[in-house]
Design a protein around this ligand. Structure first.
Ligand code: GAR
Length: 219
């Protein structure tokens, strides 16, 4: 019997691209049944562009600032995704707000990773805000993207402690280490058919996913 064909991914980045690299490496190791069809950067200066090319990945640069507006940029983004044959869109440090129409088009076919334990701390500067709020725990969340910013159903989270003396940088490094584990894992669940999007929301192993899976407590 042949193995299921690899799930084709379009990974969309704005910056350093460390999550993109972690996902691409996990695919290359055969850790998940997926392949990177295309890496898209919305900025010419995204550090991840060079890393993706070093990994031999197809790269499209679609500089958002050079388009007349969000609709024109999103049309180009959608064209590139469609042309790549991607089945799942993976936002990995993509720092733009997508229109509800774009999110709707990719409903159930687009994931994001966010550096907090959603629904707590949506938006920007999460590490500094967690420190200012004197939280004892922080983390990262993988969620399906919906029209509302950082509010789609969370499927997998990793938790990290906030330690005495932490700075935003030290906390960010601890969270990112976990991001590099949970993002490939969540994509792998989709590739394996274990995590599925239904009209009623996500299902895991054929049961409604009412609470996010927690890294370290799932296989
Ligand atoms: C990641 O920590 C990701 O969670 C965050 O940006 C970083 C990108 O790092 N995403 C957001 O804040 C989305 N609002 P990377 O470019 O090295 O993957």
């Amino acid at each position: 019997m042949n193995a299921a064909p690899a799930l084709a991914l379009a990974i969309v980045i704005s910056g350093r691209g460390s999550n993109m690299v972690a996902i691409a490496q996990a695919c290359a190791r055969g850790q998940l049944a997926a392949r990177v069809a295309l890496v898209i950067a919305d900025r010419r200066d995204a550090g991840g562009i060079a890393l993706a090319r070093q990994l031999g990945l197809e790269v499209a640069v679609i500089p958002a600032r050079e388009y007349a507006g969000r609709a024109a940029f999103e049309a180009a983004l959608r064209d590139a995704i469609e042309a790549s044959g991607a089945q799942l869109v993976v936002l990995a440090g993509f720092m733009r707000i997508l229109s509800p129409q774009f999110a709707q088009h990719y409903a159930g076919r687009m994931l994001n990773i966010h550096p907090s334990l959603l629904p707590r701390f949506p938006g920007l500067h999460t590490h500094a805000r967690v420190l200012a709020a004197r939280e004892r725990e922080h983390g990262a969340s993988v969620h399906f993207v919906t029209g509302e910013l950082d509010a789609g159903p969370v499927v997998l989270q990793a938790r990290v402690p906030v330690l005495p003396g932490d700075t935003a940088a030290s906390l960010s490094a601890r969270v990112q280490q976990q991001e590099h584990i949970i993002y490939p894992r969540a994509i792998g669940y989709i590739a394996a058919g274990r995590l599925r999007w239904t009209a009623a929301g996500p299902e895991f192993d054929s049961r409604p996913l009412r609470e996010p899976l927690v890294e370290g407590q799932c296989t």
